[in-house]
Design a protein around this ligand. Structure first.
Ligand SMILES: NC(=O)c1ccc[n+]([C@@H]2O[C@H](COP(=O)([O-])OP(=O)(O)OC[C@H]3O[C@@H](n4cnc5c(N)ncnc54)[C@H](OP(=O)(O)O)[C@@H]3O)[C@@H](O)[C@H]2O)c1
Length: 295
């Protein structure tokens, strides 16, 4: 099975490459500098040439704060490029899997967000990602949109790597304690994406298609997540770091973040029997890789 993935050095696309090799799947990653998603018209020729069995749309403009001042660029990459990919998938009669985000929600709900909740993004990034979802739905029914959150891994840039880097020179850090969500390990996202992809390529059942939520199991806050990172790092020989909980208003950022990012993953479990590992278990795996690597 040949699966085309957008993105070449990102967290999820790198995890897809690693797992795909283990599973004997042909993963073809496309991205900069050859393919530029800000110019969606550059997608057509390579996709027709590769003739994949499925497309995984993973690449995105993920600089959430910078997007507030680069709205057009973020819209082209997060909104229009997925739309173009979906139209090409429809022409080739193949499924498209697309990663979206908890940031499509306002974050003011009590409890977890279901797939039936109405999106109301509060940032440019969230708005452009919602546009990508909408353009895909308009282009083809043969889609699986997976909303994830708080992604981390040994690759690319993420909260775990930032905490470990800061912890090398600081003995205490202030971290926001009033945003709730669930950290999601990119290799776990890859496992879910490849399970779904292999099924939708061979099975046209409409109930396998649509929008699903995909996050690590459990929930936490950024401050509690940071504490778990530093506890795990200390257990692996690093100097302990104290986490001081602060509020979102103590740490102003250009883009507003949802206070509640918790997504309910029951639909994915019911449909595909897929449940991601508890976030603390995945964090342990990530720390094993990162700290062994840097020691
Ligand atoms: N990270 C999170 O916390 C998070 C949370 C919720 C949802 N998501 C979604 O999950 C997906 C994967 O996220 P991730 O964390 O793996 O992202 P990431 O590590 O930031 O990687 C993004 C990828 O997109 C590529 N890209 C950016 N602009 C491009 C362009 N103009 N043309 C071609 N490629 C371009 C990047 O290439 P370069 O490295 O060359 O720039 C990189 O390979 C995204 O769709 C994101 O919206 C992420």
């Amino acid at each position: 099975m040949r699966i085309l993935v957008t993105g070449k050095e990102g967290q999820v696309d790198t995890s897809l490459q690693t797992l795909g090799e283990k599973l004997g799947l042909e993963i073809i990653r496309i991205g900069l500098p050859e393919i530029d998603l800000s110019k969606p018209e550059t997608l057509e020729a390579p996709i027709r040439e590769i003739r994949p069995d499925a497309i995984i749309s993973s690449a995105a403009y993920t600089a959430v704060d910078k997007a507030e001042t680069e709205a057009e660029l973020a819209q082209a990459i997060n909104g229009d490029a997925p739309g173009m990919l979906a139209r090409l998938a429809a022409e080739l009669d193949i499924p498209i899997l697309h990663l979206s985000t908890d940031y499509v929600f306002a974050g003011d709900k009590d409890g977890t967000y279901d797939e039936t909740d109405i999106p109301a993004p509060v940032s440019i990034y969230g708005k452009t990602k919602l546009s990508g979802e909408d353009q895909i739905r308009a282009a083809t029914d043969n889609h699986v949109i997976l909303r994830t959150a708080w992604v981390y891994s040994p690759y690319g840039n993420n909260f775990v790597k930032t905490m470990l880097r800061l912890g090398e020179t600081r003995d205490e850090l202030n971290v926001v304690a009033d945003q709730h969500g669930c950290p999601t390990y990119a290799p776990e996202i890859a496992r879910a994406l490849l399970t779904v992809a292999q099924q939708v390529v061979i099975d046209r059942d409409p109930t396998l298609r649509g929008t699903f939520h995909l996050t690590g199991r459990g929930e936490t806050t950024w401050a509690e997540f940071a504490e778990a990172i530093f506890t795990g790092a200390a257990a692996r020989g690093r100097t302990p770091v104290r986490v001081n909980p602060i509020t979102t208003s103590d740490y102003p950022t250009p883009a507003k973040r949802p206070a509640n990012s918790r997504l309910n993953g029951d639909k994915l479990d019911d449909t595909y029997g897929l449940r991601l590992d508890p976030w603390r278990k995945s964090l342990d795996e990530c720390l094993d890789q990162l700290i062994t690597k840097t020691r």
